[in-house]
Design a protein around this ligand. Structure first.
Ligand SMILES: [Zn+2]
Length: 163
């Protein structure tokens, strides 16, 4: 599953990437059909432009109604029946969507705050922008918020994978 979000959903794009989803951002203009990506069975287009869905009646265009990126994420999760357990945190750069690579502690010395260097042991780097990520309090806070947003699905079978 892959997402293309338009210019109205930059905040949501970052959240989706933080959750590990392949998410690219694209300028989509209502009056320019060439700006609309070609349909792809595995790709969903997310937008806040309600008129886009009216003008181009395609099943792969999903209009998100909330203003707040966290609520938008909850909307997308509900639409695709996703739970926090479907997320892969620290898998993708939130800025450029590149898959992160694990790097050794020595490699990040001087590139992360000293406190983080002393207390964290697993680090990841974006091969494109070279930002360093780690399982710190920030990610823990994201996990808690995502779990709070996540619909409760007791008894879910592990074989029930989302499409
Ligand atoms: Zn990056």
């Amino acid at each position: 599953m892959r997402f293309i979000v338009d210019q109205t959903l930059g905040g949501l794009a970052k959240w989706l990437r933080l959750c590990g989803f392949d998410t690219i951002q694209k300028l989509i203009r209502l009056h320019d059909p060439t700006s609309l990506p070609a349909p792809d069975a595995n790709t969903w287009i997310l937008t806040r432009q309600t008129r886009l869905a009216d003008r181009y009646p395609r099943q792969d265009i999903l209009v998100v109604s909330a203003d707040d990126p966290e609520v938008q994420l909850a909307e997308v999760m509900a639409r695709f029946n996703l739970a926090a357990t479907d997320f892969k945190l620290l898998n993708r750069c939130s800025r450029c969507n590149q898959p992160l690579v694990a790097v050794s502690k020595q490699e990040v010395r001087g590139r992360v705050p000293e406190y983080v260097y002393q207390h964290q042991h697993q680090f990841y780097e974006c091969p494109a922008c070279h930002q360093v990520f780690w399982v710190g309090s920030h990610v823990a806070a994201i996990c808690r918020r995502l779990q709070a947003l996540s619909p409760q699905r007791p008894g879910r079978e592990s074989s029930e994978s989302p499409e």
